[in-house]
Every structure is written in C-alpha cells, then in structure tokens.
Design a protein around this ligand. Structure first.
Ligand code: ZN
Length: 132
C-alpha cells in the first residue's frame, strides 16, 4: 500500500497533527488581533496619522501570516485525509512512492520530487530555484 513503515507513518502523522495545533492557535491569535485592531479603529482611538499607518502595517503583516498559516493548515488537512484514505506517501500525479526522506522534511508533500519540479515549472511556486 505504501512504502512507509507503520512507525514512519505514525511519526509523520504526529508531526502533521502537532503542526496543525500550532497553526490553529496562531490563526486564532491572529484573528483576535485583527479584531482588536478593527475595534480600536472603529473606537477612534488612533488619532495621529503616523500611528494609524503603523497600525495598518501591523494588520497587513498579521493577515499575510494568517494567510500562509491557513494555506499550510489546508495542506495539512489534505495530508491527514490521505493518511485516512491510505494514499498518503504516494505522488498525486504519477502515483509513485514519495521517498520517506522527502516526507520527513516536508510531511505535506503531495508529489514526488520530479512531479513537484515539473508542477512548479508550469504553475510557479515560492520554492523554485532558477536553474542557471
Ligand atoms: Zn510523481
């Protein structure tokens, strides 16, 4: 079914669930912060335009962090879903076994290295290193 041993699978699932709790907590804190910022702005406590731009920048940063957190959270949910289905550890494109070392470094990996490289070349990706 999979090239992973039960203990490897267990350790990867553990990593995924631990990371998921971290992200859920982070997103919650971020949401609470954003709400407070909004309340402060509605309450009109920010008088100085300089203060306001700092407050806005802070909110933007939180939103960016939350957005990447949410993205990672969704990737983790998908990975855990694949664990339940028994398809975890298989490349979603070619179906080959994703090397355990790759999963260990990136437990949410959905593709083997080859397919990931091709996917990033076609769709772009943040982790693409231009090959000179
Ligand atoms: Zn593949």
């Amino acid at each position: 079914m999979t090239n992973l041993t039960p203990s490897e699978l267990k350790s990867l699932t553990g990593k995924l669930t631990t990371r998921r709790s971290e992200l859920v907590a982070m997103v919650r804190v971020g949401a609470a912060d954003a709400e407070q910022d909004n309340l402060r702005r509605v309450g009109g406590e920010v008088g100085d335009p300089g203060d306001e731009s700092t407050a806005l920048q802070q909110t933007d940063l939180n939103l960016a962090e939350m957005e990447s957190g949410m993205r990672e959270l969704r990737a983790i949910e998908r990975a855990l879903e694949r664990v339940r289905e028994g398809s975890y550890g298989h490349c979603i494109e070619c179906g080959c076994d994703i090397p355990a070392a790759r999963l260990d470094a990136c437990p949410t990996a959905e593709r083997c290295t080859q397919c990931q490289t091709r996917h990033e070349r076609v769709y772009g990706g943040r982790d693409v290193t231009p090959s000179a």
